[in-house]
Write a protein that binds this ligand. Sequence first.
Ligand SMILES: CC(C)(COP(=O)(O)OP(=O)(O)OC[C@H]1O[C@@H](n2cnc3c(N)ncnc32)[C@H](O)[C@@H]1OP(=O)(O)O)[C@@H](O)C(=O)NCCC(=O)NCCS
Length: 341
Amino acid sequence: MTVCAIREDSAEGLDRAGLLPWLERTRAEWFLEYLAPSAGAKARHLYQRFMSVARNPAGRVTVHAEGGPGEIQAALAVERLAWDSLHFGMECARLGPYCTAENVDPSRLASIHAEMLEDAIAWTAAKNFRLLQRRLLASNADEIRALERLGFSQADRLITLHAVLRDGAESACSDPPYFRQAAPDDLPALARMARGAFPLSRFVRDERLREAGGAEVYVKWIENLVVARRSRLDVKAAETELVVCAVDGRPAGCLAFRRDGTVDDLLGWPFATLELVLVDPEFRGRGVGRRLVEEAMRRCRCAGVRGMEASTWSGADAALRLYQSTGFQPRAELLTLHRWI
Ligand SMILES: CC(C)(COP(=O)(O)OP(=O)(O)OC[C@H]1O[C@@H](n2cnc3c(N)ncnc32)[C@H](O)[C@@H]1OP(=O)(O)O)[C@@H](O)C(=O)NCCC(=O)NCCS
């Protein structure tokens, strides 16, 4: 008996439908999969993600539930991207997580997937979203084909790398004067460095985003880290440290690293992510990037962090070389696809 095909669910509805126990038995793509989180921790992490989207009036979770009560074949979230929407002055959303039951025939799953995607596109159009984004593993060829059939196209290709931090020689944290926390006075120099430094990013490669101020995303991001971290207005910024490397008193480069408690809970050990690694063109090729990454690793190790992630774009040879020469190993390749509505 068919109970229902695609239906939108509230957080309470998802609980009643048995989302958490179902997630423990599903196939779910997760970018940190290679760090082998336990099945239970991964299910709880995805459950929190679905619940927070379902509770948000600007988000939506749909489940495909067909068959007896309690049977779910797939669940998909569509979430408004607050930061992108504000920066570009147009509503932007992202698709995901997308989870599927293991016992469904692949061809049936493909048609369920297509149906859920069409439904998500129709909903985003009705809510006046302009851009829908999906980031997924590049190896996920079936989903990529399905997205492309519905008008999604590739916006960027990322390589994710991972480093294991082992106990180093240093026992206490010290701050050499060469490195310091970014301050408002650094902003003009950092903004100059950031403009044009990330040509392979989706914000620049997608013509419509570029024209809407894509290259300024990184400038705003840096400003936000300096200003919001000081005022503690933005939780993510408060968890992120932006370090400047100064040469003769001038900022020659910067780098951010972020701690995220939800990822620590997922993995069961402390983890950090490197972001915004950036060196002034005038200082490139002189070891500034390497010293910044090594300094971030040292600070993280001092804080008890055991593993770090960095990512960059396929084709960003200098960044890939820098990460690999500081102990990071490539672990996953991700594609970002865009669908203009
Ligand atoms: C990536 C970047 C931070 C490197 O900074 P840098 O100070 O020039 O790097 P370093 O001088 O410390 O060099 C580190 C390693 O990268 C290699 N490298 C540097 N520039 C390179 C280039 N253009 N091509 C290939 N390898 C390069 C160096 O040979 C060195 O490797 P080695 O230790 O095996 O010899 C800098 O090029 C940059 O700001 N790029 C733009 C922003 C960016 O792409 N950020 C990273 C992605 S988020």
